[in-house]
Design a protein around this ligand. Structure first.
Ligand code: SF4
Ligand code: SF4
Length: 64
């Protein structure tokens, strides 16, 4: 298997997420955070900058 071009996203959003949208507001990448059914989801577009984790008011974002 060739994983050379597969970028690993370090951050993920847990089920604690209340979908407040703050992480989307601070994220510099347009499509890095998507609205899921019950929580937001970090996609492969994420550049692992960590801004969302720092901004989440309830620490629902984990990683790094
Ligand atoms: S900032 Fe935190 S609680 Fe708000 S939508 Fe993002 S992950 Fe969910
Ligand atoms: S780590 Fe940065 S790029 Fe990735 S979802 Fe969070 S704010 Fe967006």
């Amino acid at each position: 298997m060739n994983n050379k071009n597969v970028k690993k996203v370090i951050y993920f959003i847990t089920s604690e997420c209340i979908q407040c949208g703050i992480c989307v507001d601070v994220c510099p990448i347009d499509d890095a955070i998507e609205e899921g059914e019950n929580q937001y989801i970090i996609t492969n577009a994420c550049i692992n900058c960590g801004k969302c984790k720092a901004a989440c008011p309830i620490e629902a974002i984990e990683g790094k």
